[in-house]
Ligand binder design. Structure first.
Ligand code: ASP
Length: 465
């Protein structure tokens, strides 16, 4: 017999069906036992008289054949989508038993110790809120793909084992066994590859990209890895990139979060100076009512400074990243102006902000190798350093590089903000904990000495056992 999904049982009154799933609860009424059985699509009440039913506990996996019956009017459960029916069990088969879960699965779960939730993440994901978050995330990603593919963007995967791309964080390094003493870096973003794809003539690129940054964990910043929608276009104006993304997000909200209301369309555009002056931040929360969970206040912040001064290191650093183009009017100053005044230069950079969170950022890129070298120089790289770290990009730009620009909205961050979840970890299936350990698998962990020997690595400090 073919399996019936539980949500479909309401359509099957009078028929014998086979359902499979987990037992949510068992209630004993003498000889009669009620089992609420759950699959991904719903929950249904099963009435059983079979002796085996009395032994089944919560979270056991079962397969039940039974007759779908209409419930009498007074026994209809209005809280259940299948509340008008129940299944009279004819046979019950236990497919897997379950130990008692270490925490309740039918609550929101936010009051449970997070390390414990992450240790048993596969159970934690059974709670309706977490399941819903994953399903909504899936819809958002699907919508992004459909939208961009319809506009002739090409999805390209770029390497994970690569060279560092500076995005302002520490790199994760991977030792190279075949070249002892050499390391790959995990990409902080596909920035340089997407620019190389523009040199390659792809013109419109996107990727649901995993990025790796060794940052100190914060609620709105995942330690370790996160996902972003990485986009790059050739021959764009800044306005074209912004309106591409703006329309995408308007459609995402309409289709995936129909209960949410966008405060203002088109999204307000503020200059960096205006944002700082009016709101004291470059990521203003423009919601009229900050307690309203259904209000989404998107805005753009533009005209960022090109550089920020790093007092500790006594040098200029890129405000966005070193590939960001200065405003055309400001280019001469980079060669002729007083370096002390570089702080007043502006970049062709735009940040995408939602409810006080920066949910993305992008820029028009530098394509003149001479200007790119000058920027690296200002950031403190020696000519030799520039060649070893970025020579490949400067070389590529000698072969007909189109003007290009892009953006990278964070996927985890948008979903967290849209769902008003307290941390990014609530919208990631297997996140790294606040203390930097991976869910369930509990990495990082020590490795065999033989593995280290093969890599030519010896550990200096004493390792915790
Ligand atoms: N690579 C940048 C980032 O990850 C985004 C961009 O400039 O497209 O923030």
């Amino acid at each position: 017999m073919e399996r019936t999904l539980i949500a479909d049982t309401i359509e099957k009154v009078g028929e014998t069906v086979l359902v499979k799933g987990w037992v949510q609860t068992r209630r004993d009424h003498g000889k009669i036992v009620f089992l609420d059985v759950r699959d991904r699509w719903g929950i249904v009440q099963v009435v059983a008289t079979d002796e085996i039913a009395g032994k089944i506990n919560s979270e056991w996996v079962v397969e039940i054949t039974g007759l779908v019956k209409k419930r009498p009017e007074n026994l209809v459960n209005p809280n259940l989508a299948t509340g008008t029916v129940e299944i009279e069990a004819k046979s019950i088969k236990v497919l897997a038993e379950s130990e008692t879960p270490p925490f309740p699965l039918d609550t929101e779960g936010l009051d449970i110790d997070e390390e414990l939730r992450l240790k048993y993440r596969y159970l934690d994901l059974r709670r309706p809120r977490m399941k819903q978050n994953l399903l909504l995330r899936n819809k958002v990603v699907q919508k992004i793909r459909n939208y961009l593919l319809a506009k002739d963007f090409v999805e390209v995967e770029t390497p994970i084992l690569t060279k560092a791309t500076p995005e302002g964080a520490r790199d994760f390094l991977v030792p190279a066994r075949l070249q002892p003493g050499n390391f790959y870096a995990l990409p902080q973003s596909p920035q340089q590859y997407k620019q190389l794809l523009m040199v390659a003539g792809l013109e419109r690129y996107f990727q649901i990209a995993r990025c790796f940054r060794d940052e100190d964990p914060r609620a709105d910043r995942a330690y370790g890895e996160f996902t972003q929608l990485d986009v790059e276009m050739s021959f764009p104006t800044q306005e074209e990139i912004r309106s591409l993304i703006e329309n995408l997000y308007v459609e995402i909200v309409k289709e995936v979060f129909p209960d949410k209301r966008i405060s203002k369309i088109p999204f307000p555009v503020l200059s960096y100076a205006e944002a700082i002056e009016k709101y004291g931040t470059d990521k203003p929360d423009l919601r009229a009512d900050k307690k309203d969970k259904n209000e989404l206040a998107f805005c753009w912040v533009i005209d960022f400074p090109l550089f920020e001064w790093k007092e500790q290191e006594k040098r200029w650093d890129a405000m966005h990243h070193p590939f960001t183009a200065p405003k055309a009017d400001d280019i001469d100053f980079l060669y002729l102006g007083n370096p002390k005044e570089f702080g007043k230069l502006r970049a062709d950079q735009y940040d995408f902000v939602l409810n006080g969170f920066e949910i993305g950022g992008g820029s028009i890129r530098i394509t003149d190798p001479k200007l790119q070298s000058r920027i690296f120089e200002i950031l403190g790289h020696s000519p030799k350093d520039i060649q070893t770290k970025f020579g490949h990009l400067l070389q590529a730009f000698k072969y007909g590089v189109p003007p290009h620009g892009g953006i990278a909205p964070g996927i985890d961050r948008f979903i967290m903000a849209a769902l008003s979840e307290p941390t990014l970890r609530e919208v990631i299936a297997f996140p790294t904990s606040a203390s930097g350990r991976t869910a369930v698998m509990d990495a990082p962990s020590i490795v065999d000495k033989s593995q280290l020997d093969e890599l030519g690595i010896s550990i200096k400090s004493k390792r915790p056992s």
